[in-house]
Design a protein around this ligand. Structure first.
Ligand code: S3P
Length: 170
């Protein structure tokens, strides 16, 4: 069984959908952000503060390379929203499995992440503008990495899980 790789902007539901998919399929879930936090023994905020986005991206690519080499079959892999911004990650994502883009509108992200303090790239003034800017910059990168796309704004976690499983059985 091919692995499923979930990509998409912060707040699109990758982590929740990944967990639900893993439960539903009894597959192992691998989350790149979680793997980074465990490997570094630091929070994402701490890594950004100490090493900047560049340092974080280097660790992210190392982790993704390791995941690509995992022998497990039918894994569910959820990723950080910016993983597509490192060009060398695109072939690594594709190698890791069927890449599913959970596409989300900026308004949905803004609503879901209001008050969130765990995303360093949205910290500070005007997070709404940051969401729109980042999303605009990244949309072609998500499209390039994706094998399949799901528009998630009006879907429940269960709806999304069903759609992903249809791709897997294709
Ligand atoms: C990031 C998204 C985050 C995390 C880091 C950077 C991004 O993951 O990897 O804060 O650049 O979009 P989520 O998409 O799980 O929030």
């Amino acid at each position: 069984m091919k692995n499923i790789v979930l990509i998409g902007f912060m707040g699109c539901g990758k982590t929740s959908v990944g967990k639900a998919l893993a439960t539903e399929t009894k597959a192992q879930l691998v989350d790149t952000d979680e793997a980074i936090v465990n490997a570094e023994e630091k929070s994402i905020n701490q890594i950004f503060a100490e090493s900047g986005e560049k340092g974080f991206r280097e660790i992210e690519t190392t982790i993704l390379r390791g995941i690509g080499n995992l022998s497990g079959n039918g894994l569910i892999i959820s990723t950080g929203g910016g993983i597509v911004t490192t060009p060398e990650n695109i072939p690594l994502l594709k190698k890791a499995g069927t890449v599913v883009w959970l596409r989300v509108k900026p308004e949905t992200v803004i609503r879901r992440l209001a008050g969130d303090t765990t995303r360093p790239l949205l910290a500070g003034d005007n997070p709404e503008e940051k969401v729109r800017d980042l999303m605009e910059k990244r949309k072609d990168m998500y499209a390039q990495a994706a094998d399949e796309v799901i528009d998630v704004d009006s879907l429940s976690i269960d709806d999304i899980v069903k759609k992903v499983l249809q791709f897997r059985s294709k």
